[in-house]
Design a protein around this ligand. Structure first.
Ligand SMILES: Cc1cc2nc3c(=O)[nH]c(=O)nc-3n(C[C@H](O)[C@H](O)[C@H](O)COP(=O)(O)O)c2cc1C
Length: 227
């Protein structure tokens, strides 16, 4: 057998025809275009998590966990908790934060509209994923916070990119962290030793065409040699 072609069987789960740059610039927060009626193959979800575990973690501890909820009655209870928690822990936005959020007229209204839609339909989203990490950082300094959260979010984002590559849509939601204890009790997560990082609804997307989002000009965020 030719070495170059050895093992080149078709992937078990087809991937979208996207360049790496397209993948990185079109992985959107999907709320309105989640297909609520199409089931997600558990093996596909497992593959996305497997890809995510290639992300780096501090001291290579690999102590992330992904709680995957598909059972309808558990999803319904989780969705109720999510609705109870959303917005509870939010701090008010500064004028500068508001300016950035409204970088394009109507962009924030679109977010609120999507949030309302998600809130009304969360129990119908086929998969709810709760990313977690071992070790709590409550009350610890920025150094410990950075290494703990930094050990999880690269894997979380890799999971979301892998999902997009396979035709799935996701949106990271942290608004429910106010009810983290209730979620832990519902799902049997050991709250005293494991931190949740939010909840990610996952479903096939309605259509696969997504565009880069309007963002503030890159020169507003780049600082050369000093702030
Ligand atoms: C740390 C973080 C927390 C977020 N929390 C929520 C949330 O609680 N609920 C929600 O609907 N979206 C949440 N989002 C999604 C943002 O609202 C989303 O990134 C924004 O709508 C921009 O979407 P875009 O990247 O597709 O432009 C969160 C995103 C991040 C990065």
């Amino acid at each position: 057998m030719d070495d170059d072609t050895a093992g080149t069987t078709a992937p078990a789960h087809p991937v979208l025809d996207l360049s790496a740059e397209e993948l990185l610039t079109t992985t959107r927060s999907v709320r309105r275009r989640l297909d609520l009626d199409r089931p997600v193959d558990p093996a596909l979800l497992r593959r996305c998590i497997e890809i995510a575990t290639q992300a780096p973690s501090g001291r290579h501890q690999q102590d992330w966990h992904f709680v995957v909820v598909t059972e309808p009655s558990v999803r319904a209870r989780l969705a109720d908790l999510w609705r109870a928690g959303i917005g509870r822990g939010d701090s008010p936005m500064s004028d500068e934060q508001l300016r950035r959020a409204h970088v394009r007229p109507g962009s924030m209204e679109k977010v609120w509209d999507g949030l309302r839609h998600l809130s009304e339909n969360l129990h119908r989203v086929p998969v709810l994923v709760i990313p977690c990490i071992e070790g709590r950082t409550d009350g610890l300094g920025a150094d410990r916070q950075a290494s703990r959260w930094g050990s999880l979010f690269p894997a979380v984002w890799s999971f979301m990119l892998a999902a997009r590559l396979h035709g799935l849509g996701t949106v990271l939601t942290t608004g429910t962290m106010a009810v983290e204890r209730d979620v832990a009790a519902l799902l049997g997560i050991p709250h005293e030793s494991v931190m949740q990082a939010g909840l990610i609804p996952v479903a096939h997307t309605v259509g696969t065409d997504f565009r880069p989002a309007p963002r503030i000009p890159v020169d507003e965020v780049v600082h050369r040699d000093r702030w």
